[in-house]
Design a protein around this ligand. Structure first.
Ligand code: HMG
Ligand code: MG
Length: 298
């Protein structure tokens, strides 16, 4: 039961760029976001309202949103870990926010400086206030297939945190393989466990591609009926609190695979490849996307 349509959540401007050590000009970020929208992406995670001491690269998110030319039909979202982040996001007039927690205690402490239970307590008023302001709230659970500090993570813990976020009001939870250690059979086992209690339309997948397993895992997710996939143009990214983790699966590679399966995304692959080439030229590196490499060399 493959889905006939898939929604891509493009996380390149946030997850992709948050880990870059070099300063990226605001104009380059704005150009990237505009080109992603022009390529047909309908959900773009454009920034993050977190501590600038923790993630300096996202410190310009308020200015970015203020200068953004929004295209109609495109949702521009941002991460908001606490009330301070939500207040900034409301000032920035974001379209949607996301809270982010983890299924690993140690990762939670390293990433957002509190335990899982404390994080869920913090998210509650964020979700309430965002909802009251008419904003939808997405949830992320990190380390669903393994943790850089704890190793194995119990699927029961993933299920528990996911369920709590949904009960608290998130419309969808994105399952993060933060370090990209997951393999297809493990992915299937996790999804089957979650789908015992959670409707598949409440789940999205977010694979980093450290071990080159992301596309295989995405295929498994599609076969389980999941129709929302997070990805990052050019395979940019990584989490600053997950050392060694590579970028997200490249959006170009996901679109190519979905095109090959006859699954509709509304994304123009050639325009997307161009958007990726432009930001990689700014960064002075080559794209991580195999599809972009192949299409650029022909
Ligand atoms: P904290 O230090 O516990 O916060 O950090 P605090 O409330 O004690 O405040 C301490 C200072 O931080 C204060 O400033 C606050 O104003 C400031 P000071 O008085 O010292 O100058 N502060 C803030 N500043 C701006 N925006 C805010 C904010 N909150 C407090 N929202 C906090 C807690 C969560 C803020 C911190 O740990 C943080 O910013 N962490 C960054 C986490 C992050 O962005 N990680 C990367 C994204 S998650 C990810 O990549 C995974 C994902 O992709 C899924 C996956 O792959 O698995 C989503
Ligand atoms: Mg991520």
């Amino acid at each position: 039961m493959l889905p006939s349509q898939v929604k891509i959540v493009e996380v390149g401007p946030r997850d992709g760029l948050q880990n870059e050590s070099q300063i990226i000009a605001l104009s380059a970020k704005l150009q990237l976001i505009a080109e992603l929208a022009n390529a047909g992406l309908k959900h773009i995670e454009a920034g993050s309202f977190v501590s600038p001491k923790w993630v300096p690269q996202m410190a310009d998110s308020l200015t970015l949103f203020q200068q953004l030319t929004k295209q109609s039909g495109v949702v521009y979202s941002a991460l908001t870990p606490n009330m301070q982040g939500l207040e900034a996001a409301l000032t920035a007039n974001v379209d949607e926010v996301a809270i982010f927690g983890a299924a690993s205690e140690t990762f939670s402490l390293r990433n957002i400086n509190c335990s899982i239970a404390e994080s869920l307590q913090r998210f509650e008023p964020v979700i309430e206030k965002a909802s009251a302001a008419g904003l939808k709230v997405r949830g992320y659970v990190s380390c669903v297939l393994g943790c850089p500090y704890e190793g194995e993570i119990s699927p029961d813990k993933v299920a528990q945190v996911t369920q709590q976020m949904l009960t608290m009001g998130c419309y969808e939870v994105s399952l993060g393989d933060t370090v990209g250690v997951g393999t297809p059979v493990k992915t299937a086992q996790l999804l089957e466990k979650l789908m015992n209690h959670i409707s598949v339309d409440k789940l999205a997948v977010h694979f980093h591609d450290t071990y080159g397993q992301a596309l295989a895992n995405i295929l498994i997710a599609l076969q389980h009926g999941i129709s929302v996939i997070d990805s990052s143009v050019a395979g940019l990214g990584g989490c600053p609190y997950a050392k060694g983790a590579a970028g997200n699966v490249a959006t170009e590679d996901v679109i190519y695979m979905l095109n090959g399966m006859g699954i509709e995304t509304g994304v123009d692959l050639a325009k997307l490849v161009n958007a990726g080439q432009h930001i990689m030229a700014q960064l002075g590196r080559s794209s991580q996307s195999k599809v972009a490499q192949a299409m650029s060399s022909t």
